[in-house]
Design a protein around this ligand. Structure first.
Ligand code: SAM
Length: 385
């Protein structure tokens, strides 16, 4: 029998398919949040009545959070598409902790092409309209009128724009009753659907420069420069001696790009857990400098792959949520790792909303910290190891 570990939050997902132990990533010593939500439970219990396990079904899962859907439905050998390194890694870990093999499951990132045909498509509604649209366009060539598509989400995330998009691109929708604030949308593909050309990134001009920035669908502030990022760009460090600079949580890489311009002697390291972010950052760097031999690109969890005491400067506009959960946990982990990865005398520069109190948090690791600039919304803090 599987039992919950004492002192931790709930880790056993119980559905009509059975019980599975599931953990979130990054791991925290006292995790209170579950690795699934009511929408996952509702979806899994509903598809149990629809999908016959012994039939030869082709199942596609999109935007699973930490593997709740993929692990529970592993017997159906699903193809699992995600833009998140943490989600993919959590899926692998959760398969292993339930003693399930990954071999027959296909894990794809959000930019890899879909092929074949799918009988069932289970979609966990993503946070942004653009990312859902991008996926639906990629989906069109691999479904037909028999494909059953179900979109699951918490009621607050399933806005009218989600319905409109599904009806515009795929076909008629019907809706379930809400259960524990979760809802399902059933989508029936139209017989005549326009197969659209694969989605392309969008570009905007970076003010006061000649750069045009590439942004794939799941990028933070993809249509325009974020106001916090703009404030940071106006106050970037200039340290002519540094050799290795990290743009931590780089998004489209705009911070690293402007740091590279100011520090032509340095090697840039772009880090993000989103595949689309790193694809955007790489394209932006290569277009700006006609090469990428002075830069490295990492799809990974923060600084976990970096050697201790190896970097001179880390600049970070940290995430303030993970999927739909707000919080500073990832930011705090980034600060702690930055301290370890910086050489002695190395610097971490951080921007944050004033109310987040990052200046206090940074004091836990760095003895020297300085307020570089502030306005009514943001503070930029520099620290020295
Ligand atoms: N630097 C970009 C800018 O200023 O426009 C993006 C900043 S955005 C507030 C935070 C970024 O951190 C997002 O691109 C997000 O994908 C990334 N991120 C979130 N969790 C991460 C993690 N565990 N490791 C690496 N990057 C992460």
């Amino acid at each position: 029998m599987i039992v919950n570990k004492k002192s931790d939050g709930e880790v056993i997902l119980r559905t009509a398919w059975g019980c599975f132990e599931l953990q979130r990533l990054p791991k925290r010593s006292k995790e209170l949040l579950r690795a699934w939500d009511a929408a996952d439970e509702y979806l899994l219990n509903t598809v149990h009545k629809i999908i016959k396990p012994n039939e030869d079904n082709n199942l596609l899962i999109f935007n699973d959070s930490f593997g709740a859907l993929a692990v529970t439905l592993h017997d159906l050998n699903p193809c699992v598409v995600s833009d998140s390194y943490l989600s993919q890694t959590a899926t692998r870990l959760n398969l292993a902790s339930n003693k399930l093999a990954e071999t027959k499951m296909i894990l794809l990132n959000s930019l890899e092409p879909l092929s074949g045909y799918f009988d069932y498509v289970l979609i966990k509604a993503p946070k942004t309209h653009a990312f859902l649209e991008d996926f639906l366009i990629r989906l069109l060539p691999v479904i037909d009128i028999k494909t059953q598509i179900i979109v699951a989400g918490m009621v607050k995330t399933l806005t009218a724009s989600v319905w409109k998009l599904l009806e515009k691109l795929i076909g008629n929708t019907t809706t379930s009753l809400a259960k524990k604030k979760a809802r399902l949308i059933f989508v029936k593909p139209n017989s005549q659907r326009n197969i659209l050309t694969l989605p392309k990134p969008i570009y905007y001009s970076l003010e006061n420069t000649n750069y045009s920035l590439c942004n794939y669908a799941n990028i933070f502030s993809r249509e325009r420069l974020d106001i916090g990022t703009r404030f940071l760009l106006a106050n970037l460090p200039y340290l002519p001696q540094v050799k290795n600079i990290v743009d931590l949580g780089c998004g489209n890489g705009v911070i690293g790009l402007m740091l590279a311009e100011k520090h032509p002697q340095a090697r840039l390291h772009f880090v993000d857990e989103s595949f689309m972010a790193i694809a955007s950052a790489q394209e932006n760097f290569e277009r700006a400098f006609n090469k990428s031999d002075n830069a490295q690109f990492y799809v990974t969890n923060a600084l976990s792959e970096f050697t201790l005491e190896s970097m001179d400067l880390i600049v970070c506009n940290p995430p303030f949520h993970q999927q739909n959960t707000l919080g500073d946990q990832i930011a705090l982990t980034m600060f702690q790792q930055a301290y370890k990865v910086l050489k002695k005398g190395g610097q971490l520069w951080v921007i944050g909303n004033r109310h987040l109190g990052y200046h206090q948090r940074l004091k836990k690791y760095f003895q020297v910290s300085k307020l570089v600039a502030s306005n009514s919304k943001f503070m930029i803090i520099s620290t020295i190891k």
